[in-house]
Write a protein that binds this ligand. Structure first.
Ligand SMILES: [Zn+2]
Length: 335
């Protein structure tokens, strides 16, 4: 039985909680009239924090993001519920483990799918060992948190180096890449030229449906404030009809979301600056962020804050911002 709802209006998105196999599994599948399905990966066992987006076209179909390896069984079940037995494209906004961890599993399950990823990220899918080792510096128990990352055969990958068409789904539905460094150097957003939907990955940060506010995503080692703001302005120029960050689901007012994304990036970096200036390290910066919670987000419940922590934690954001500020200081000293 299909669980996707066929709703009469585009927004708000309605959630359907499937409970057929509630004892072992339940998934939330969202659908809108434009034919985008968000499958909840239930990352870290948490609902509504990390999506993969399924885009069926008249001739071909695409999945945007692969989700984490540790919860790939939920992603597979969600796709099964949508009766997806074939994919032509799996498009990754970037290769961080919450977005790309399950890519090897999905390639095995969907043998006809071509993987689209920015050229800087492609080698790390063929041989994930360096990506894995780099993440292991941040996470204590990699396998428990991220599962297993399987390699992708090189001939299954198309490396993207420009703002170009990455997938033609037929009937005029084409997906284009927009290069959006900042969160990571190899990040790209994706624009559905037909519907105007902008799949922003982590380029605008995290915006959970029940939070309705944006938490910036500023992880090490590549977070760069100026590049991130510039990328947001690049995306704005495409005048998208909706923006859909991977964490999680559509934001109806694109300009408001982009404005807030810039405001939040600056807010968090500005909060970190005096701590770093006075010699504080990432632990102290994270402490500063925690102490500003009420100030930054007065209406968030602690339950929502806990789920936000599952996407991009205070510690991770602090580590990325401290690294960014130190690199900036070094560069200023050298010039
Ligand atoms: Zn992410």
């Amino acid at each position: 039985m299909r669980c996707a709802l066929r709703t009469a209006s585009v927004s708000p998105i309605r959630l359907c909680r499937c409970r057929q196999r509630a004892a072992v599994y339940h998934a939330i599948v969202t659908q809108d009239l434009d034919g985008v399905f968000a499958v909840d990966t239930l990352m870290h066992g948490l609902e509504g924090i990390t999506a993969v987006y399924y885009l069926p076209g008249p001739d071909r179909s695409a999945l945007i993001e692969a989700g984490p390896g540790s919860s790939v069984q939920h992603t597979m079940k969600g796709l099964e519920q949508l009766e997806v037995d074939h994919l032509d494209f799996i498009i990754l906004t970037h290769i961080h483990l919450d977005h790309a961890g399950a890519i090897g599993h999905l390639c095995e399950r969907f043998p006809s799918a071509t993987v689209m990823v920015r050229e800087e990220g492609a080698p790390h899918l063929v041989d994930p060992s360096r990506l894995w080792a780099s993440a292991a510096r941040l996470y204590p128990d990699m396998e428990k948190i991220w599962g297993e990352m399987r390699p992708v055969p090189k001939d299954r990958i198309r490396a993207i180096s420009n703002d170009e068409a990455v997938a033609d789904l037929g009937g005029g539905r084409r997906i284009d890449a927009i290069y959006t460094p900042g969160h990571a150097r190899h990040h790209m957003a994706l624009l559905d030229r037909q519907s105007g939907d902008l799949f922003a990955g982590d380029a605008i940060g995290v915006r959970l449906q029940d939070a309705g506010v944006i938490r910036p995503a500023t992880p090490p080692p590549e977070f760069d404030l100026e590049a991130a703001v510039e990328s947001i302005e690049r995306m704005r120029a495409f005048r998208a009809s909706r923006v859909l960050p991977t964490h999680f689901g559509p934001a109806p007012d694109v300009n408001a979301a982009l404005d807030e994304a810039i405001l939040r990036l600056n807010q968090w970096v500005e909060a970190a600056e005096p701590v770093v200036e006075s010699g504080g390290d990432m632990t102290e910066v994270a402490k500063e962020f925690r102490s500003r919670r009420e100030d930054f987000y007065p209406d968030l419940t602690s339950e929502v804050t806990a789920r936000l922590e599952g996407t991009t934690s205070y510690d991770l954001n602090a580590a990325g911002i401290v690294r960014y500020l130190s690199k900036k200081k070094e560069a200023a000293g050298a010039s």
